[in-house]
Design a protein around this ligand. Sequence first.
Ligand SMILES: *Cc1c(COP(=O)(O)O)cnc(C)c1O
Length: 222
Amino acid sequence: MPDMEATPASRIAAIQEKIKASTGRAVSEIKLIAVSKTMTSDRIEPVIAAGQRVFGENRVQEAQGKWPDLKARFPDVELHLIGPLQSNKARDAVELFDVIHTIDRSKIARAIASEIERTGRNPRLLVQVNTGEEEQKAGVLPADTDGFVSQCRDEFGLIIEGLMCIPPLDEEPSLHFALLNKIAARNGLKELSMGMSADYESAVALGATYVRVGTAIFGKRG
Ligand SMILES: *Cc1c(COP(=O)(O)O)cnc(C)c1O
């Protein structure tokens, strides 16, 4: 749990230190996403003031309520969509987000491709993999990932940069991180979005290039 006496800057610095200690790679290869879901703008602004520029949200509609204004004031902020995407929200998602981590079915891939074509915007894209094969969880199954990534490239003309996963709550996350790494490697994908407040060190040790950290930066969500 974060030390609530600490400032956003000191919490972020502590996380960056742990990231550095978890890998022999250059720290610049691992991008820290501050997950600001449920946080209001007045909780987010001190984190921006502390120098953090990469943020993640899990709901398109919630993000639309706070980020257009924040982005207008802090134009160098980069916004990541890390939550499930419905195809009727593809237009809003392409308009607002710089990176979308949750492409996981043909219908979404097609909708995103058509919005990219229509708007000329070019969000970076990752495919979400349901590494735990959980029924209620979004993401393409591990066995279907190679085919889906090819379909995104060949049928929809999308550039997929990497893979994302959310391991099951009750399982050792490192097994899932290692699996995601292996699927990415065999598909020639360089970005790995994995690791949250409780397990980002293990994710970094297993090759994460994006870690998604909420609680350890903002404190507990309400
Ligand atoms: C909320 C969320 C996170 C951050 O979780 P913390 O445990 O607060 O760090 C990361 N990834 C996704 C997809 C989330 O929804």
